[in-house]
Write a protein that binds this ligand. Structure first.
Ligand code: BGC
Length: 757
C-alpha cells in the first residue's frame, strides 16, 4: 500500500498512522491475543546460525531449539528452499503458536547473479536499470527462500576513506533519493505476497555515512539542518516509496546511538515521516550500546525498545532482559506488543501467515537463478556503470584485431570481480578480464602477465583476505613481475593494465587513510608508461581513489568499480567499443586525502577562494593544494563528444504554484553513438540559511547517434526548490536562483529565474 501524507511544519498528520491505528489485521490481532509475554519477546529476536557472513563477533547458538520454543521471529544466513522449509517447519510445527519466520539476507547488489557494486550502479544514473537489477535480485533471492532483504543502503557518503561508500549511491541527496526509490520498488514490486518480491530494508538509519574521519562505526555529530537537507532525504524517499522495514545504524546521533534513539525511530521515522513498517537493529548494535557507554544489557535493551526499535539482530538483549524489564516497570508490555504487531504485520504482508512455505518452492532455483537472461542484465549493468575518467589520444576503443598486452593483478583474477558484500555470489562464476577480451575479440592477439601484486604488504593482505584470497602475493620478486609484464608488452600495439583495489579493500570495516593505488601497482604503471606504448588503465575500486599522478600520465583510464559476475565480458564490450562508456561519477574524487570531506554541494563560505584557483591569503583555501577536486561529481567522458547549445527558460518568474521549463539542445559531435547524462543544477542565491553553491535538481540520460541533436527539457516547480529552514520547515523562499545545464557539476551558471510569492 502506498501512502500519501501531508507535511504540516513540525506537526505531522500521516494518513498512514491514522490508517494503521484503525485498520488492524484480524489474523494478527488474534495471534497477539493468544501470545504470552515470552512468545511476544521471542518474535523480536533475529538470529543467524552463521551460514552467511558474520559481521560481528558472535553468531547465534541453539537456533533450532530456540525456534521450537517460540524464541525466534526471524533468521538470516539460511538459504535454499529446502533449508528454509526446514526452518519454517520447526517454527510452524513445533512452536506453540506456529508463527512462521522472516527469512532475511544481505542481497546488496544481486543475489547469485552479482551486479556491480552499488556505487558503480549509481554511476549509470539509470533508474530503470537499477530497478531492474533489484527485481532480478528479488526474484533470485525469493527463489532461494529469502523473503526479507537488508537493502538498500542509502547512506550519503562524502568521505571516501569510509569503505562502505561502495555500498551506496554516493554523495548527493537528490540522486540518492532516486536510487533509493528505484531499489525499494524493484525489491518490493506491487504486491508483497507475490512469490518473487520481498521486503526491503532501508539502512542504516541514520547518517552512518558521516562517521568521523571515515572510520567505520565511529561517532556522528551533525546539525539538524545539515541532516534534513543533506543526509536524510534518501531514507525519507525510501519511506515514501513504501519500504517495509528500516535498520538502525551503529553510530550515535546527538549523543544517543541510533538503536536507542527515540527521536530518530519514533519522532522522525514513524511520526514525522509516517513509516508504518518495522525497525530492526544492526548486527548486535543493541548490545554495542554498552560499549558506547549507555548502561548494561538490560538498560540498553530497554532503551532500544522504548525508543521504538522492534527487532534485535543477533545480540539477544531483548530475549534475555525484556521480561525482567517489564516486571520491574522499565518497559511496558504495550510497548512490546506494538513491536510484535509490526513484525506480525510484515509476515502477514508477505503472505506467510496464510502459507509459511510460499518461498520454499524447490523447482524455482533452477528456473530463476543465474539464468542466461539475468547474466546478460548483469553484463549490461556493468557496462553502464563504467566511467571513462581520461582519454589519451584515440587509444580507445581498441581494434578487435589488435595485439594487446594485458597485465596487472586484476587482469586474470576471479576473486576480485564481485565486489564487497556479495556473500551470496560465487567468485568462481565470474568472468575474468582475460577471458572477456578473448570472448569479445577472438581475433585479437593477447599476451598476459600479472606484473604486480595488488599489494606487497603481507600484513595488509591478511587483513583484506578475511573472506577469501583477495590479495595473493607471488613467490616472484616485484622486480621480476614487472620485468615479465614488460616482456609480454614488447610485441604489443597497446598495453591494458588492470589495476586497483581488491574487493575487501572497501566495504564494511575497510576504512583507508591512503586512497592511492597501492605502491606495488604504481611501480608497474610507471614502468609500462615508460615503454612509450599506448596504455589503458582499467581501474577497479570500491571508492573514489587519489589518482593525481596517473591522471597526469599519457594514459587512458576506465573506472570499472567492482563490476560483478560478468566483469570481463562487460569490460571487453567497452574496451572494444561495442558499448560507449556513459557513466558519471556520483561521488567526488579528491586530489589528496587532505581535501576530504569534499563534495560538490559545499557552501561558499564568507571568504570564497578565487574561481581561478589561485591562492589568496585570508581566503578559504589551502597553502598546498587547490580547493577543486581531481574529478567532480557528475563527471564522465565518452568516446564521442557532446556539445551543449544555449539554455532557454520558458519564463524567468516562477510562482509558488507554477512551473517553468528549462531547455537545452545537446549534439553528439564525435564519431560514435553514445549516451549522455544531462544534468540541471540550481543555486538559491539568498535564503534564510546558507545555501549550497549548487544543487542537482534533475537529470536525464539520453541516447544520441553520431551527428544527432536532441532537445532536453526540465520542468521545475517551486516544490523542487524547497529546503529545510532553521525551524526544519520544508519551504521555498522567494528570490533569485541561478541555473545551468551540463554534463557535470563543474560549470558556470548560465541563467537566472526568480521565485515570486
Ligand atoms: C551490517 C549491515 C548488515 C548486517 C547483517 C552488519 O554488520 O552493518 O549492513 O545488514 O551486518 O549482515
Amino acid at each position: 500500500m502506498r501512502r500519501i501524507y501531508l507535511i504540516l511544519g513540525l506537526t505531522i498528520c500521516t494518513a498512514a498512522s491514522v490508517l494503521q491505528a484503525q485498520a488492524q489485521i484480524p489474523e494478527v490481532e488474534e495471534l497477539l491475543s493468544k501470545m504470552t509475554l515470552e512468545e511476544k519477546i521471542g518474535q523480536l529476536n533475529l538470529v543467524t546460525p552463521g551460514g552467511g557472513v558474520a559481521t560481528g563477533s558472535v553468531v547465534s547458538e541453539d537456533v533450532e531449539a530456540k525456534i521450537k520454543e517460540g524464541n525466534v521471529g526471524g533468521i538470516f544466513g539460511v538459504s535454499s528452499p529446502e533449508k528454509v522449509r526446514q526452518a519454517q517447519k520447526l517454527a510452524v510445527e513445533n512452536s506453540r503458536l506456529g508463527i512462521p519466520l522472516l527469512i532475511g539476507s544481505d542481497v546488496i547488489h544481486g543475489y547469485k547473479t552479482t551486479f556491480p557494486i552499488p556505487l558503480g550502479l549509481s554511476s549509470s544514473w539509470d533508474m530503470d536499470l537499477i530497478k531492474e537489477t533489484a527485481q532480478i535480485a528479488a526474484k533470485e533471492a525469493t527463489a532461494d527462500g529469502i523473503n526479507w532483504n537488508f537493502s538498500p543502503m542509502v547512506d550519503i557518503a562524502r568521505d571516501p576513506r569510509w569503505g562502505r561508500i561502495a555500498e551506496g549511491a554516493g554523495e548527493d541527496p537528490y540522486l540518492g533519493s532516486q536510487v533509493a526509490r528505484a531499489m525499494v520498488e524493484g525489491y518490493q514490486g506491487e504486491d508483497f505476497s507475490a512469490p518473487n518480491t520481498m521486503l526491503a530494508t532501508v539502512k542504516h538509519l541514520a547518517l552512518y555515512g558521516a562517521v568521523e574521519a571515515g572510520r567505520d562505526y565511529n561517532s556522528v555529530d551533525m546539525s539538524k539542518i545539515k541532516m534534513f537537507n543533506e543526509y536524510l532525504p534518501p531514507y525519507k524517499a525510501a519511506v515514501d516509496a513504501g519500504v517495509a522495514s528500516a535498520m538502525t545504524s551503529f553510530n550515535d546521533i546527538h549523543g544517543v546511538p541510533a538503536s536507542g534513539n527515540k527521536w530518530l525511530i519514533t519522532d522522525l521515522l514513524r511520526e514525522r515521516w509516517g513509516f508504518d513498517g518495522f525497525v530492526v537493529s544492526d548486527y548486535t548494535s543493541v548490545n554495542e550500546m554498552i560499549a558506547h557507554g549507555m548502561g548494561d544489557l538490560q538498560d540498553v535493551s530497554a532503551l532500544a525498545i522504548n525508543a521504538g526499535l522492534d527487532m534485535d539482530m543477533v545480540g539477544e538483549g531483548f530475549l534475555t532482559t525484556l521480561k525482567k524489564s517489564v516486571e520491574e516497570g522499565k518497559v511496558s508490555e504495550e510497548q512490546i506488543t506494538k513491536a510484535v504487531r509490526r513484525i506480525l504485520e510484515a509476515k502477514h504482508k508477505l503472505g506467510l501467515l496464510d502459507n509459511p512455505y510460499l518461498y520454499s518452492d524447490e523447482s524455482r532455483p533452477e528456473k530463476d537463478i543465474l539464468t542466461e537472461e539475468n547474466r546478460s542484465i548483469a553484463r549490461k549493468a556493468a557496462r553502464r556503470s563504467f566511467v571513462l575518467l581520461k582519454k589519451h589520444k584515440n587509444t580507445l576503443p581498441l581494434s578487435k584485431d589488435a595485439k594487446i598486452a594485458l597485465v596487472g593483478p586484476m587482469a586474470n583474477n576471479k576473486n576480485n570481480m564481485l565486489g564487497t558484500w556479495a556473500p551470496t555470489g560465487n567468485p568462481e562464476l565470474s568472468v575474468p578480464i582475460l577471458e572477456g577480451l578473448r570472448n569479445v575479440a577472438p581475433q585479437a592477439e593477447i599476451t598476459y602477465a600479472k606484473g604486480a601484486n595488488i599489494s606487497n604488504d603481507s600484513v595488509f593482505a591478511d587483513k583484506v583476505n578475511v573472506f577469501g584470497p583477495r590479495i595473493e602475493i607471488s613467490e616472484k620478486s616485484p622486480e621480476a613481475m614487472i620485468e615479465e609484464a614488460l616482456e609480454v608488452s614488447r610485441g604489443a600495439d597497446v598495453i591494458v593494465a588492470a589495476v586497483g583495489e581488491a574487493t575487501e579493500m572497501s566495504g564494511e570495516a575497510a576504512s583507508r587513510t591512503s586512497l592511492s593505488i597501492p605502491e606495488s601497482q604504481k611501480k608497474l604503471i610507471r614502468a609500462l608508461v615508460k615503454t612509450g606504448k599506448p596504455v589503458v588503465l582499467v581501474l577497479m575500486s570500491g571508492r573514489p581513489l587519489v589518482i593525481e599522478e596517473e591522471m597526469q600520465m599519457p594514459v587512458s583510464i576506465l573506472q570499472v568499480w567492482h563490476p560483478g559476475v560478468e566483469a570481463g565480458n562487460a569490460i571487453a564490450d567497452v574496451i572494444f567499443g561495442d558499448y560507449n562508456p556513459s557513466g558519471k561519477l556520483t561521488a567526488t574524487w579528491p586530489r589528496n586525502v587532505g581535501q576530504i570531506p569534499i563534495y560538490y554541494r559545499m557552501k561558499t563560505t564568507g571568504r570564497p577562494a578565487p574561481e581561478s584557483g589561485e591562492f589568496q591569503k585570508f581566503k578559504s583555501n589551502y597553502l598546498d593544494s587547490p580547493n577543486s577536486p581531481l574529478l567532480p561529481f557528475g563527471y564522465g567522458l565518452s568516446y564521442t563528444n557532446f556539445e551543449y547549445g544555449e539554455t532557454k527558460i520558458s519564463d524567468n518568474k516562477l510562482s509558488k504554484g507554477g512551473t517553468i521549463t528549462i531547455t537545452t539542445t545537446v549534439t553528439n559531435t564525435g564519431a560514435y553513438d553514445g549516451a549522455e547524462v544531462v544534468q540541471l543544477y540550481t543555486h538559491d542565491k539568498v535564503r534564510s540559511i546558507t545555501p549550497p553553491k549548487k544543487e542537482l535538481k534533475a537529470f536525464k540520460k539520453i541516447l544520441l547517434e553520431k551527428g544527432e541533436s536532441k532537445k532536453v527539457s526540465f520542468e521545475i516547480s517551486a516544490e523542487d526548490l524547497k529546503f529545510y529552514n532553521a525551524n526544519l520547515e520544508f519551504v521555498v523562499e522567494p528570490g533569485e536562483f541561478e541555473f545551468f545545464v551540463a554534463g557535470s557539476s563543474d560549470h558556470q551558471f548560465t541563467g537566472t529565474f526568480t521565485v515570486v510569492e
